[in-house]
Ligand binder design. Sequence first.
Ligand code: AMP
Length: 386
Amino acid sequence: MSKHLPTLGVMGGGQLARMLALAGVPLGAKFLVVDPSESACAGDVAPLFKAGWDDTEALAPFAERIDAATFDFENVPAATADWLSAHTNVAPGAKALAVAQDRLAEKTLFNEIGLPTAKFATVDTRQELEAAVARIGVPSILKTRRMGYDGKGQFRLRSDADIEAAWQALGEPAAKYGLILEAFVPFDREVSVVAVRGRDGEFRVWPLTQNWHRDGILSLSLAPAPQSEALLPKATAHAKTLAERLDYVGVFALELFVKDGQLLGNEMAPRVHNSGHWTIDGAYTSQFENHVRAVLGMPLGDTGVRGHSVMFNWIGQMPEAAPVLTETDAHWHDYGKSARPGRKVGHATVCAPDQATLAARMARIAKALDRLDQVAPALDVLDGED
Ligand code: AMP
């Protein structure tokens, strides 16, 4: 009799589902990926099941075929996640999704567990926006409470005169998703902690990653984040408390601002995260493999690193591959997506045994691709280490 391989269902067929399947197949797992689009890029590596997020009738045969379910996309409607939980083992669970889908619930929970955040206020009406700006001040950022990602659904207010423009931009989504006004944090740097919790409560983190964004989209990550030894225990403790409060199973990321040596919580992603992509090439066990292990109830793998890593995000279109393919310990990841402005279409990770070698390799690649501006802030940080 042939062995029964567990089938992991993934809600969402983007690059995260694609990399989960690439990491999970060697563990003996099969995948079935759901997406409303039949051209979803995970379909290149796993069977794709076409269905809408709220069409539980269409999703019924999917639920029949899987042994457990997880997400590549956290904005699956809560009703669908509840329905799926009644049919199979779903991780992360409804509690974690509900918190991570709503910036207000998320920041309220951060404060409850002792993780400070920027000052914030909810805004549902134009009048409330004026009151919130009077209370929080400027500069500040107005964001949709739900459905925002990669800087979408955000408006920066630089003075009181921007209130009208902010309401023009986000007044309409206010009715549907609610808004939150956050004080602008003049952070020294941004870091994230990517963590995993198993079904038995076992908890592990990868080293802190330092991140740089452009237009609200992750552009570059460096790991381990330079000079982060003092921050790691605090970030780990916050992530662990958060995971325990949410009965979390699987990988998640906690994005943090660092200001004067203190950590402020920005947001959590209840899934594998872009700032953890370097773990595929730079860690003993990648975030994707450990997520599959956690969801399927396997022992977690070692989150130790092989050295130093940098990840370049490719946004909009893929650059020329040769400068990465010909560099030592450099790794190319093309998601097989068509080009579109602002779209994450791939990444490259470059690893090295020490920071000086990493800096030389990343500078060589960036120069060949005419992208020195993308790596300049990271080169400055690495330069300061010597
Ligand atoms: P978010 O979608 O909330 O993670 O925002 C995307 C990026 O915008 C963050 O990674 C920061 O670079 C920037 N950002 C968001 N909120 C704030 C804030 N309150 N203060 C300063 N920068 C912010």
